[in-house]
Design a binder for this molecule. Structure first.
Ligand SMILES: [Zn+2]
Length: 420
């Protein structure tokens, strides 16, 4: 049964003790090897030793968590989620709810995400600082959920993908992340940073779920992107660029963004720019299946479904080409446009389109930790990092789809799920 309730009010006492976790196998994402009979020693929520049995001194009096014949691997990281969105509320359906409804459903989605083995997520856009509220609730032990890296409001141009375009002026919904021109953009980056944003997300091109935008069209000028990225980096924040069309992708890469989200029409110039700058691609190549199967039922307007049909297959082909060209990849699912807790469905798509299971797992662990600038904390079962560990039945390096079923989740040394 779920032990998520164990988190409520008791996170600190549980994590403070020393634990010894043992299992049959461990995926070492740093070396790419499977380690037999691993021992992981945890103190105060962090890993203080990890390696094969015999190589690790087990401290006396430590609490044992023996995971038997399971395989352990690092807690998974999804670099692109929208915890406060429900895919079933397409089109205008969301207007039936009060603003704070989004924060409430975010609580449920955070729990589903953690139970699916995702112990860290980057939330790339929500309204009203709901992602910060979720983060505060989770870190305070009020509700279960993953570690959240919050973008707060997505930034973008007036009339662009991150604006609200489908209503007449009488029913205007001002979006607080909208800013135009280098100076206003710098000011907006500073404002979001002051309010608690840890990463800046902006819309470099049109997108699927907006009205009146075309996927290929660039929406910030080079000068605007340059200003945004320079300001964010000066403040110590990474930048995630939503970008489908290649001119927007390439401008964002020239500006020095850290991750390209979607990257659907990236071309060989984009691959070269990404290799040079060290930017990561975060390509959501599963959700097309869900959107096309369920979108109409969910109230998604035909205008948006038509754009998804234009982009779905092309994005998968680009993923394959980018991977082959040596572009660095992280795992980003865009959960929120499909149901939360099903994040891991994307793993099988990644192997279907050219990755090995190990590469797909590395995209969701060590690579993501690095792209977040959080390698000291997350992304591997290694000394110093948080004891964020999941366990699965079987060998995920042989069949990555077994990550769809995660019976054990440990976050910061706390056993938050155990359905063995
Ligand atoms: Zn998104």
């Amino acid at each position: 049964m779920l032990l998520l309730a164990a988190l409520l009010g008791s996170a600190a006492p549980l994590a403070a003790e020393t634990q010894v976790i043992t299992a049959a196998r461990m995926v070492d994402v740093l070396t790419g090897r499977m380690v037999a009979a691993p021992v992981v020693v945890v103190n105060d929520g962090r890993i203080i030793a990890a390696g094969p049995a015999g190589s690790i001194a087990v401290p006396a009096g430590a609490r044992a968590i023996d995971l038997g014949d399971l395989t352990i691997l690092p807690g998974l990281i999804d670099m692109h989620v929208h915890l406060t969105s429900d895919p079933r509320l397409g089109g205008d359906r969301q207007l039936r709810y009060v603003r704070s409804f989004q924060a409430v459903i975010g609580v449920a989605h955070a729990a589903q995400t953690l139970a699916a083995g995702f112990t860290t997520v980057r939330n790339v856009g929500s309204d009203g600082y709901d992602d910060l509220a979720l983060k505060q609730g989770i870190e305070g032990g009020y509700v279960p959920g993953p570690r959240i890296v919050a973008a707060t409001h997505a930034m973008g141009a007036t009339g662009g993908h991150c604006d609200t375009n489908q209503y007449p002026a009488e029913f205007d919904f001002p979006r607080p992340g909208i800013a135009d021109g280098p100076d206003a953009i710098r000011g907006k980056v500073r404002e979001l940073h002051r309010r608690g944003a840890e990463v800046i997300k902006f819309c470099a091109t049109g997108g699927v779920f907006s009205s009146g935008t075309s996927l290929g069209a660039q929406q910030y000028s080079q000068a605007e992107m340059d200003a945004l990225v320079a300001e964010a980096h000066m403040l110590g924040m990474k930048v995630a660029a939503h970008a489908h069309g290649n001119s927007g992708i390439n401008s964002a890469l020239r500006a020095g963004v850290d991750t390209i989200e979607h990257a659907s029409f990236a071309d060989s110039t984009s691959f070269e720019l990404a290799r040079k700058s060290g930017a990561w691609f975060s390509m959501d190549i599963y959700n097309d299946d869900y959107i096309l199967a369920e979108g109409a039922k969910n109230g998604v307007p035909e205008e948006n479904l038509a754009k998804e049909r234009e982009v779905g297959l092309k994005q998968r082909q680009t993923f394959q080409a980018a991977h082959k060209a040596g572009v660095k990849m992280v795992f980003g699912s865009d959960a929120g446009v499909y149901p939360h807790g099903q994040n891991a469905r994307q793993f099988a798509k990644m192997t279907e389109w050219g990755m090995t299971p190990l590469e797909a797992i590395q995209a969701a662990t060590v690579n993501a930790g690095e792209a977040l600038g959080r390698s000291a904390d997350v992304g591997a079962i290694a000394v110093g990092r948080f004891a964020d560990i999941i366990a699965v039945r079987g060998d995920p390096l042989a069949d990555v789809s077994i990550l769809l079923s995660v019976p054990v989740v440990i976050k910061g040394g706390n056993l938050v799920k155990d359905t063995r």
